[in-house]
Design a binder for this molecule. Structure first.
Ligand code: MN
Length: 350
């Protein structure tokens, strides 16, 4: 939910509309690209005869920080310790109450995946799309060449907070200029895998777990997203595509990860970043554990391209980032509809 205040852009002249209309050379539209399969066929790790566990290269504690207007996030990707992990640009575990939120702000060049864990978040964009993401639901938003939108806490009527995760995924460079689009995934549409005699439940949001495949075609960049709950005495062995970057972010409790060399304990609000080497992730908790452990296991196909980011603009070279700021402030090249637009849900908070 990284947020860029419009006032940060006040230094940019709004007078150079002529210059800003030139085409962006590295942003040629490519309407034929429909994305790669989320389950790679013939993958050496998914089909490994003697699979090996992945090691852990880094464990990051996501500390609370303020973001947007009065919201708090625990960020574990997109920080000085881990600027990005291609294709992942940011991971926020957010908590947004009434009176806070992310009023009107732009995006270009990435996809955002919002997963509501508790409460709800209202969404409205400059193309007239609006809706509410409720507990257990996801929204996959492709910003492409440009989106301006507001993400605000839903009034649950009882003062409860709105908790969720937002993951930013880089777009392949040929798709940075694509048209914005949305994919919604409702909680009831998400298939689940019950394993280890019911001691482990996996919500298969994207990817494959124990023979259960997700709904396909959610993001352009192939990403696996599994919501794993392990109850006391439970264990999961989860294969991941070969060479993809992967991490486990612990939402609740503590789980032990078998790295093949040792067992590493990962606690709540910690993000364990795995080595690229290896075929699978193994996690368990002992029968004596007092509570279940819940984590999201996320993997994505690395993109071989530079990442040049300024706030919500993610391109592949600095001139494109300057162009994005110019386009946003001159309502050009995808930001036309931002002119005279103000969301109803973010009103008074910009
Ligand atoms: Mn946003």
């Amino acid at each position: 939910m990284r947020f860029l205040k419009t006032s940060n852009l006040n230094t940019i002249s709004r007078t150079s509309k002529q210059n800003s209309t030139r085409p962006l050379s590295a942003m040629a539209p490519n309407s034929t690209f429909v994305g790669l399969p989320v389950i790679p066929p013939e993958d050496p790790s998914l089909n490994a005869a003697s699979p090996k566990p992945r090691g852990i290269q880094q464990v990051l504690l996501a500390r609370e920080q303020s973001e947007g207007a009065g919201a708090t996030v625990r960020r574990s990707i997109g920080t000085p310790k881990l600027k990005n992990l291609t294709p992942f640009l940011m991971l926020d575990h957010f908590d947004v109450g009434i009176g806070a939120g992310f009023p009107d702000h732009p995006h270009r060049g990435q996809e955002t995946i919002t997963y509501l864990l508790d409460g709800a978040v209202d969404h409205e964009d400059f193309a007239g799309n609006k809706g509410t993401i409720e507990s257990g639901d996801l929204q996959f938003m492709t910003a492409g060449r440009g989106i301006v939108h507001a993400e605000m806490p839903h009034d649950n009527g009882d003062g409860t907070s709105n908790v969720g995760m937002q993951l930013w995924v880089d777009l392949p460079k040929d798709l940075k200029n694509c048209e914005p689009r949305y994919r919604d995934l409702k909680a009831k549409e998400i298939p689940t895998a019950e394993i280890d005699d019911g001691k482990v439940t996996v919500k298969v949001i994207s990817g494959r777990s124990h023979g259960v495949d997700s709904v396909q075609e959610l993001a352009y960049t192939p990403v696996w997203l599994l919501d794993v709950t392990i109850r006391p005495g439970g264990k999961i062995v989860q294969p991941l595509p070969a060479g993809w970057n992967a991490f486990a972010y612990m939402l609740e409790g503590t789980a032990n990860f078998d790295t093949g060399v040792t067992t590493q304990e990962i606690k709540q609000y910690h993000n364990a970043v795995f080595e690229q080497k290896g075929d699978q992730v193994i996690a368990q908790i002992g029968p004596e554990a007092k509570e279940a452990a819940r984590f999201v296991l996320v993997a994505g196909m690395p993109l071989d391209q530079p990442i040049v980011q300024y706030g919500p603009f993610v391109l592949t070279d600095p001139s494109q980032v300057r162009q994005a700021m110019m386009d946003y402030s001159t309502y050009s090249n995808g930001f036309e509809r931002a002119e005279n637009w103000e969301s109803a849900i973010g009103k008074g908070m910009g």
